[in-house]
Design a protein around this ligand. Structure first.
Ligand SMILES: *[C@@H]1O[C@H](CO)[C@@H](O)[C@H](O)[C@H]1NC(C)=O
Ligand SMILES: *[C@@H]1O[C@H](CO)[C@@H](O)[C@H](O)[C@H]1NC(C)=O
Ligand SMILES: *[C@@H]1O[C@H](CO)[C@@H](O)[C@H](O)[C@H]1NC(C)=O
Length: 565
């Protein structure tokens, strides 16, 4: 397989590769589970009940259980995040008694005030609380009206984060004064509300929630100073909607913006091609500029692109959702090229698991890739130990901890359901063994401070995040479950892994027209390239071919977008 190297040439041009696309199914037909699937499913269920019983004994009603100190923390405003996040997994695992208890608890939460001194995150509250409540409402037959009422109570408070004329909510709200608490945001926070707020509109018959979420998700735009078509930078100023900084990544702060660009149109079957076209454009641009192959081992990863226009060979556990996301979107848009890249990205991320002493991957990592950008990571020079690790494994950890994140196993689940290749089941089984061996503590499961330390005295992280219940254990369990149970062709998972029922797939997602970042008319020497503009530039002229000279960046971007879609 030949991979495209990150291009030095970053151009703004149009390539109209029109083709008709038919919505394909995501899952392979006739998937069949091997005989030991049931055993592995039971092992995951056992990890779940062990974890949840420890939470109930020491932390019930609080956000997180702390498994070393056998106490609790309230990092999500003290509304019981673990309970709400666990509910849809309890439904998946048929844990009826726990689920009924949780629904009863959820029906009584008072979302009008924070139970802690902290301000309330619009993003976190949406994906965990609103997502968990509404998914459980659907899964349990739409009879527990209190779950909708509670989601609405919370969303009504959060709605006050949209201030003035801005389309973007502030990241946090002070629930005492109902005023925004922060002056910065990012595209993940702005773009990861659509699924949940659309579902709320559906069950309250009030379109205002959809309108708020949609206008926010439409706002992130290409920062012309960076000009990676379809790849807006991470930072965004909620008071103006303007991009801040222009750092491009599929990792934290940006990740689920890209994720929802394809999940939202799949959930809603909207006729508005904006979402899928934006997703296809982001992927196309990423293939041309961010795909990177490690010199050792030929592992494929997506690099970052910084505001000085340099490719950085850095990756993260969070970003490893991209493999599953590209498989999903590639299938929906009938583009096997994208599916195949997705599968290769799954391999790269799995390499971060299979290479460590515990068989669990690190929080963040880097690699070397020859070519014009060399081994630039934007970070410090690798230590001797990192060099040695790299020489053996084709990446090196830059933060070695594991805090019960799901993304690598999430993408592994998509790869299994899309291909039926049992190597993905073997990998999931290995992860279960690693969890049992290295994360299990006296009561519950804990994170690791160093995934490459498998010694008996290895230190642990004293926190059991609510996404352990919502995501890790759900994706692991479903990997070994009947593939028609919560099929990827019938449900769309929000970024916290709460499943939402989706209609039958449409015939066609997107227009099939992808604006390209590739040079289409090389004879136009007036178009700026990286070397023309210089790495320190923060703004650059619009390509004269678009005739937008003299407009401000913001206006030019708006015009530019309108021209494309
Ligand atoms: C919450 O937001 C307010 C602004 O409304 C700010 O003054 C305060 O410091 C914030 N509190 C915390 C704990 O961040
Ligand atoms: C599939 O996606 C790739 C990457 O964006 C693109 O180059 C190719 O033209 C697409 N193929 C089809 C059939 O649309
Ligand atoms: C932990 O145990 C290993 C042997 O398993 C030993 O080499 C190491 O020195 C120990 N570390 C500490 C901090 O005690």
């Amino acid at each position: 397989m030949v991979y495209l190297r990150p291009s030095r040439v970053v151009l703004l041009g149009l390539s109209l590769s029109a083709s008709s696309v038919l919505g394909g199914s995501i899952q392979k037909n006739d998937l069949s589970l091997p005989a030991d699937a049931q055993t592995n499913r039971d092992r995951v269920k056992n990890i779940f009940t062990t974890s949840y019983n420890a939470y109930k004994d020491h932390a019930f009603g609080h956000d997180d259980y702390t498994p070393i100190s056998k106490s609790f923390t309230d990092s999500r405003n003290g509304w019981g995040a673990s309970i709400i996040d666990a509910m849809s997994t309890m439904w998946v695992m048929d844990l009826t008694d726990d689920l009924n208890e949780a629904i009863d608890f959820a029906s009584k939460i008072d979302f009008s005030k924070s139970n802690t001194q902290d301000n309330v995150s619009v993003f976190e509250s949406t994906i965990r609380y609103i997502g968990g409540l509404l998914s459980t409402y659907e899964l349990t037959g739409k009879k527990n009206q209190a779950l909708v009422d509670k989601a609405k109570q919370l969303a009504d408070k959060l709605s006050q984060a949209w201030v003035g004329n801005s389309d973007i909510p502030y990241g946090h709200i002070d629930f005492t004064t109902n005023s925004p608490a922060r002056d910065s945001s990012n595209i993940a926070e702005a773009g990861t509300l659509t699924m949940e707020w659309w579902a709320l509109s559906k069950y309250t018959n009030d379109q205002k929630y959809t309108q708020l979420a949609e206008k926010s998700a439409r706002q992130p735009v290409i920062d012309i100073s960076c000009m990676l078509t379809g790849l807006p930078g991470q930072g965004i100023d909620p008071s103006t909607g303007n991009p801040v900084g222009g750092y491009v990544t599929w990792g934290g702060g940006s990740d689920s913006y890209f994720e929802y660009l394809i999940k939202y149109p799949r959930l809603t079957n909207t006729d508005d091609d904006f979402w899928t076209d934006m997703w296809s454009t982001a992927v196309d641009s990423s293939i041309k500029t961010l795909l990177s192959v490690s010199d050792v081992g030929n592992h494929l990863y997506l690099a970052d692109y910084d505001s000085s226009r340099r490719i950085r060979h850095v990756g993260s556990h969070l970003a490893c959702f991209y493999g599953g996301n590209w498989i999903m979107g590639g299938k929906l848009t009938n583009n096997e090229t994208i599916v195949n890249y997705g599968l290769e990205l799954v391999e790269g991320c799995w390499n971060t698991y299979s290479s460590t002493a515990t068989g669990i991957g690190p929080e963040s990592f880097a690699w070397k890739s020859s070519g014009p950008d060399g081994d630039y990571t934007g970070g410090s020079t690798p230590s001797a130990a990192q060099e040695a690790f790299y020489a053996q494994h084709g990446f090196y950890p830059t933060s070695s901890f594991y805090i019960l994140r799901p993304e690598v196993l999430e993408s592994n689940f998509y790869a299994w359901r899309a291909t039926g290749d049992t190597k993905y089941l073997d990998r999931a089984a290995q992860a279960i063994s690693s969890f049992e061996k290295y994360l299990k503590v006296d009561e519950g499961f804990a994170g690791l401070t160093n995934v490459d330390d498998n010694s008996a005295n290895a230190t642990k992280v004293d926190d059991m995040e609510s996404f352990w219940f919502a995501e890790v254990l759900k994706y692991l369990y479903l990997t070994f479950d009947d593939p028609s149970h919560v099929s990827l062709d019938e449900y769309v998972f929000n970024t916290e892994a709460h499943p939402f029922q989706a209609p039958s797939a449409k015939e066609k997602y997107g227009t099939g027209v992808t604006p390209s970042s590739a040079p289409q008319q090389p004879e136009q020497s007036s178009t700026p390239t990286v070397s023309d503009v210089g790495p320190a530039a923060t703004t650059s002229p619009m390509p004269s071919s678009l005739g937008l000279g003299g407009l401000g960046i913001r206006d030019a971007v708006k015009l530019f977008r309108k021209d494309l879609w």
